[in-house]
Design a protein. Sequence first.
Length: 329
Amino acid sequence: MTRVLSGIQPTGEIHLGNYFGALRNWVTLQDRADAFYCLVDLHALTILDEPGVLAERTLRQAAILFAVGLDPLRSTVFVQSHLPEHNQLGWVMECQASVGELSRMTQFKDKSARRSGEHISAGLFTYPALQAADILMYDADEVPVGEDQRQHIEITRDLAIRFNSRFGETFVLPTAVHPAAGARVMDLQDPTSKMSKSTDSDAGLVNVLDDPAVILRKFKRAVTDSETEVRFDRATKPGVSNLLEILSACTGVSPAELAGRYHQYGPLKSDTGEAVVELVRPVQQRYHDLLADRAELTRMLRVGADRAQAVASATLARAYAAIGMLPRN
Ligand code: TRP
């Protein structure tokens, strides 16, 4: 069976871009793949400056993953820091990566530019090596991620190829897979930028846990254009096209076909808002139910960690043996 691995940062929130760009696809993959999903709290350390918040965010993020439909019986959902193997293989991968190729990572360039004048951790720089370890650890064939992660999967492949040629066949080469539909949800206030929590204002950002009234308001205020015609055209009508694409992702009807059903922006905005509210309502209910029983959530994550560790410890041992490290006896 195809092995799949993906990771998500434990921000404690997910927005529509995360959901349509990645998470919904994670849920679908459970039916045809052996899926591993990792809450990458070690990655969150690269820009964490607030003490004491990560545990709660991680638990909430786990609740969201289960609430959107990940099934602990079919998927292995676990927390990265629960397995020291990630740090261990992460170091091995740091030693495969070159400073030059890490310097070319666009995510590093963007994130460090945004923090200019502030503390920029070395972890932010070596981040792709840890991500490569996350993926290679599980012999993942496929990595379902948003388009923005393409370069990270590329470097993972490069590091695996380099390791395999230096030390012998050890790692499976993974492929990035991007969901066909709804992969790119744009900011409702700035529809030429991807919906992202790093934007200053949250008026254009819709979280899956937002109150329904807030969601409807955000869609009502979505930026469109000064024309009146509803047409699907990303280049010249980014706002309207984004609404059509979100509505399409909710309904399964193509954006072009939906465009033919609307003659005014107002109804398109309110219908899209309503469709999103209908989509998130049961997710919010399950989320609150899950959080009401933290002992059970914790137990679900322990089951995931145990299953993940069985694979991870074997891969780490294989990598150390391939290099030729002295085993502890
Ligand atoms: N870098 C990913 C992101 O920012 C998160 C991530 C960490 C990840 N490890 C991973 C994604 C392994 C896929 C596979 O979204």
